[in-house]
Design a protein around this ligand. Structure first.
Ligand SMILES: N[C@@H](CCC(=O)N[C@@H](CS)C(=O)NCC(=O)O)C(=O)O
Length: 182
């Protein structure tokens, strides 16, 4: 049975949410897990308990809400002192634990930023490639128009039977011209 008054608003795949879940499990605290639909469909309850950052995880203990996973983990450690100890007692070791927690967080954040930038760059490249393909197609159509006109003009005087290789060479020349190559 869930311990009365302990509710965790989280997201199953979030490392920040998992951090708090592991702390609660180490302390053997029963809690009710509210799986949030992040980022587009946050519950009213989550927004009510965390109007500042509107992020998960949020721990609500006896009606008191707390945000920020590291803050919550330290709170859990102190609020249930009899369970498995999470933070070291020694001040230097405690400071080191905080350093590594923050270091991991910064790494996650910068990786997320890089991923977003790469996604944008990919989208931009896709657009450029699509434009090149469209330009190439219209160029190809133009080439066949010109070729057809030439053929009609000669009207059988001489056979303009271009070989496949000739086509490819001409196409390549035209494309190079269009793309600014020499
Ligand atoms: N520094 C925060 C990070 C929490 C965080 O980034 N949560 C994300 C999910 S992994 C979130 O709620 N995002 C929703 C939003 O940005 O609107 C912590 O440690 O709790």
């Amino acid at each position: 049975m869930a311990e009365k008054g302990v509710k965790l608003f989280g997201l199953w795949a979030s490392p920040f949410s998992l951090r708090v879940e592991w702390a609660l499990k180490l302390k053997e605290v029963d809690y009710e897990f509210m799986d949030e639909d992040i980022p587009h469909n946050k519950s009213q309850e989550l927004l009510h308990y965390n109007p500042i950052t509107k992020k998960i995880p949020v721990l609500v203990h006896n009606g008191n809400p707390l945000a920020e996973s590291t803050v919550i983990v330290e709170y859990v450690d102190e609020a249930w002192p009899n369970g498995y100890p999470i933070m070291p007692q020694d001040p230097f070791e405690k400071a080191q634990a905080r350093f590594w927690a923050r270091f991991a967080e910064d790494k996650l954040e910068s990786t997320k930023v890089e991923m977003v930038e790469m996604q944008k760059e990919n989208e931009r490249l896709k657009m450029i490639l699509a434009k090149i393909a469209r330009d190439y197609q219209s160029l190809q159509m133009r080439f066949f128009d010109v070729f057809q006109q030439e053929q009609d003009k000669n009207n059988g005087d001489r056979t303009l039977a271009m070989t496949r290789k000739d086509h490819e060479e001409e196409e390549h020349k035209l494309l190079s011209l269009r793309l600014g190559a020499n």
